[in-house]
Write a protein that binds this ligand. Sequence first.
Ligand code: PLP
Length: 384
Amino acid sequence: MERPSMTRLLHPSVPAQPGGTPVASPIFQTSTYELPRSPVAAEIAAAVAPTGYYTRYGSPNAREAEVMLADLDGAEAALLVGSGMAAISAALLSNVRAGTEVVAQTSHYTAALTLLRTVLPSYGVDVLLVPQESIADAVSPSTGVVYVETPSNPTMALTDLAAVRAAAPHAIVVADNTFATPYNTRPIDFGVDLVVQSATKYLNGHSDVTAGVVTGSADLVARAWETARVLGPVCHPFEAWLLARGLRTFPLRMARHNTSGLAVARFLAGHPAVDAVHYPGLATHPQHDLARRQMAGHGGMLSFTVGSAEAAARVLGSTKLARNAVSLGGTETLITHPASLVFAHQSPAELAASGVDPALLRLSVGLEEPEDIIADLDQSLSTL
Ligand SMILES: Cc1ncc(COP(=O)(O)O)c(C=O)c1O
């Protein structure tokens, strides 16, 4: 019996197939690429984000998503990485060194807060955290980087991007635009230098991928790429392919998130068991005027308080359609209790500084019929 040949197994001869170009992109599920035997190989190795060299450096699937993401943000370039936190880390670490002054918010996504409060200071970076409304006042000529998040998770407070840009003309301004998305706010139009987003959320939109993106000028994105190349948070080809697939319906999904988000916010605002609703699209939002200037629509994220932590637990425990899960921006409605879950890594004092009320619930309004989402909330609030 002839033994299988390892060489033949490793070098199969595949006959060419008749037919045309695939309409859906193939997935380039390879870690490495055969290189030309010429000095061109060294040129490929030295390029920024080559797509045919080694997948930690880039891939055709990542590039396809990057082209779409840069276009959505009105940016020169985009870098796709393996999570929103990887995007935030690459954007910040590529622009700080020991002694750099960073001004950021007291209210940020929890892991970004840990990066700002613990990781950056441990490398000698000076981080000043201030309430969102004071950011423009807190910057000084020695500020090197300003990091903002608008609307912020989970308080739904806004940062005035144009005011920050005007107050810090010399600094690199980085904005987390995960909640607004480029459908509702394009931070680059307000003078922001680098936009970071968790593509895990609305950009992919189906709760089946973790990914992150940095967009901005080609120079700043190349610097972020160099940091990501060294730290290694790859967005793998299949995830990049799924993201590019999700992006094809992004505007359709966002239009629905906007109308359903507003409908649910209005319902909650009129409910007697609800103390406060935080949604920039409501006229009662303290920064509604800024929301009108800075946001084309207000998305599907909102938070609301219901009297006490116990009452919040009761509502959370009795929704039937809205599922109790972290993350957001998917097709399905999700509800979560930020004080106990999302902020599990913050101390009580840090939680208070972030403005997270123990009675606060955060809702990611999905693509179900809005009346079904409202009926579910109505029945869960009736348990109070
Ligand atoms: C506003 C915001 N930024 C960044 C992140 C981090 O994204 P990822 O979980 O993809 O790392 C999140 C995650 O929830 C978020 O809500």
